[in-house]
Write a protein that binds this ligand. Structure first.
Ligand SMILES: [Zn+2]
Length: 82
């Protein structure tokens, strides 16, 4: 079972393992595609220590310097594909 938060309805949903559509291992994270019981769509959830560390570092950078830099924009673009 997984506990997800649907980005469409913003509700927490317990999801059975059989609703997992794919699991992809990336250098910085694992992407899990799940059929959502709440809205019927498929959502990709990313998890992993390096992914969380990077997000925390970027959040800290955003707080210190809210203006996006070319480097952070490039990093955001690189991370878009699942
Ligand atoms: Zn959903």
């Amino acid at each position: 079972m997984l506990l997800i938060t649907c980005p469409v309805t913003r509700t927490d949903e317990l999801v059975a393992d059989r609703r997992i559509r794919s699991v992809a291992n990336h250098p910085t994270h694992i992407a899990v595609a799940v059929d959502c019981p709440s809205c019927g769509g498929t959502h990709v959830f990313r998890t992993g220590r390096r992914w969380e560390d990077d997000r925390a570092a970027r959040a800290a950078t955003q707080t210190a310097n809210p203006t996006p830099t070319a480097a952070s924009a490039r990093a955001a673009r690189v991370r878009e594909p699942a």
